[in-house]
Design a binder for this molecule. Sequence first.
Ligand SMILES: [Zn+2]
Length: 106
Amino acid sequence: MDCREFEKTIPEYLNKNLDYETMESFWEHMDHCDSCKEELSIQFLVLEGMKHLENGDSFDLDAEFRNRLEMSRRANKRRGMLMNFGQWVLTFVFFVLGCAFIIIFG
Ligand SMILES: [Zn+2]
């Protein structure tokens, strides 16, 4: 993912619409691109700031931003683990089916 793609992806990220793969490359890019990180934090602050202003409650946007980053990073890691587990189960099922096939027809 390059800077232009990253920028296009920001609104989707903020609306939590990213799939696992996109999220991974999103993080990867942000990890070594300070200007995109900056851009993300600005868009987050604007979006969340508006919401809070509408609700009229008090807020600590900086803390919220860090929170949001941390949470989505963790959620994506969990998703990755689940996917690995799914693949493992699939492999196992094929292995068992293969064995059964050999036993029955072999
Ligand atoms: Zn960038």
